[in-house]
Design a protein around this ligand. Structure first.
Ligand code: SDX
Length: 378
């Protein structure tokens, strides 16, 4: 069947059949394997969500313990990868380091056996197991600090904070970050997941496929928005300056970071949950004036653009939470990637399980039958 009409950005065009997650954009509904995100955020934790996404059901305690044990067994980077991380430039962005780090992890891991799903699963667990240490270690290198040896007793969220800061996180911070990881894990056919599935369809390994997905997530229209939201709130300078800032922004036809979505035409359910996390953190760690600015901006944008379906998305409050957790702004998107690796790897396994190489068409708009003109005659 040849599609003759271009659909910009493939908006609404199904690229695959998937049973991993579901979104109802009009109702602001998101579910992982049928379980609503609000229930998972309130009752589950990230390792259990990894199991749910990968095995299509909530694990038994023994299944969860076994998976957690295997993920922890891959937490250490090892000498070759540690040396690679310490050799990375301290310039550049942590997402560029992560993209390189995932490819390098593949270089020091067993070669995938294309015909053995157990080998596929092992590779996915190696990536998910090492990711928290890898991302934190890249940031330690960027800050000129020594790497921290991961702690096998901590959760993925806890180990990330420990390897980033060199001290064990308090229970509240660990739980808040864990919940943020639950909220960012999976989101149907977003740009980075689509990138992952396209690369996977060539039958490559999950290291290069997730490295490609990191490249897609890095962009400001996608995962890169969370760090830009924080800088945007800082640049506004307070709730009383929101109106003037908004008028300048819209006059310049510039996008407002943290708002709008290809699928949601109402407030992103994850934005609601992240806003709650921020409020919970404020109770024990104090508030931030950026939150007041955020509330004023949300009120104005909703009033002005809500009729066009433009509301806060997942990136609008996440930066305020991460800043409160003491995480550097440049590391916000790598945290999104740490979480979304679980979703990307679920899609990697689903794609490999019933693969067809992605090779879409195009509508040619160039010239035809052009004669070559030798240099002397040009
Ligand atoms: C994520 O897909 C996913 O699921 C992604 C994600 C996930 O979990 O994987 O949810 C994560 O990427 C969230 C989105 C983070 N990005 C941002 O916050 C960047 C700002 N948002 C916009 O760039 C935009 O809303 C997109 C990219 C998110 C969605 O844009 P679309 O669907 O491509 O729509 P569009 O850019 O064509 O906009 C349609 C209209 C335009 O106006 P007109 O040209 O028709 O007059 O809506 C306007 C846009 O100008 N618009 C905005 C706006 N978003 C859309 N105007 C101002 N500010 C905005 N944020």
């Amino acid at each position: 069947m040849t599609q003759t009409e271009l659909v910009p950005g493939l908006a609404g065009i199904p690229a695959a059949e998937s049973s991993i997650s579901f979104i109802n954009g009009a109702e602001g509904l998101l579910s992982y394997r049928g379980i609503r995100i609000e229930e998972l955020a309130a009752q589950s934790h990230f390792e259990e969500v990894v199991s749910l996404l990968w095995d299509a059901k909530l694990p038994s305690q023994s299944e969860l313990d076994a998976l957690s044990g295997r993920l922890k067994s891959h937490r250490e980077l090892g000498p070759a990868l540690s040396k690679f991380v310490l050799g990375l430039p301290q310039s550049g962005h942590p997402m560029e380091a992560l993209q390189a780090g995932l490819a390098a992890l593949g270089m020091v891991s067993p070669v995938l056996d294309d015909n053995d799903p157990a080998s596929w699963r092992d590779a996915c667990e190696r990536i998910m197991g090492a990711a928290s240490t890898l991302i934190a270690s890249c940031e330690r290198n960027r800050q000129g600090k020594e790497l921290v040896t991961p702690d096998p007793e901590l959760s993925i969220a806890g180990n990330f904070l420990y390897c980033l800061n060199g001290e064990k996180p308090d229970a509240i911070r660990e739980r808040i970050l864990d919940c943020a990881l639950v909220l960012h894990a999976e989101h149907t056919m977003n740009a980075s997941t689509f990138a992952c599935r396209v690369v996977t369809s060539t039958e490559t390994n999950p290291y290069t496929a997730t490295s490609a997905a990191v490249g897609a997530l890095f962009g400001p229209l996608h995962g890169g928005a969370n760090e830009r939201v924080l800088r945007q709130l800082e640049s506004i300078g307070g709730p009383d300056k929101v109106q003037e800032w908004f008028e300048r922004k819209t006059a310049a036809k510039e996008k407002i970071m943290g708002f709008g979505h290809r699928v949601y035409s109402t407030k992103d359910p994850r934005a609601h949950s992240l806003q709650e996390l921020a409020r919970e953190l404020f109770k024990t760690h104090g508030s931030t004036p950026l939150y007041d600015t955020a509330l004023a901006l949300e009120e104005l944008v909703t009033a002005k653009l809500g009729s066009r379906g433009i509301y806060p998305n997942v990136d609008f409050f996440s930066g305020i939470v991460y800043q409160k957790l003491g995480i550097p702004t440049d590391v916000f998107t790598p945290i999104f990637a740490l979480s979304r690796l679980s979703g990307w790897l679920a899609h990697w396994m689903e794609q490999r399980g019933d693969n067809k190489l992605f090779r879409p068409g195009q509508i040619y708009t160039g010239r035809k039958d052009v004669t070559y003109t030798p240099m002397g005659e040009r």
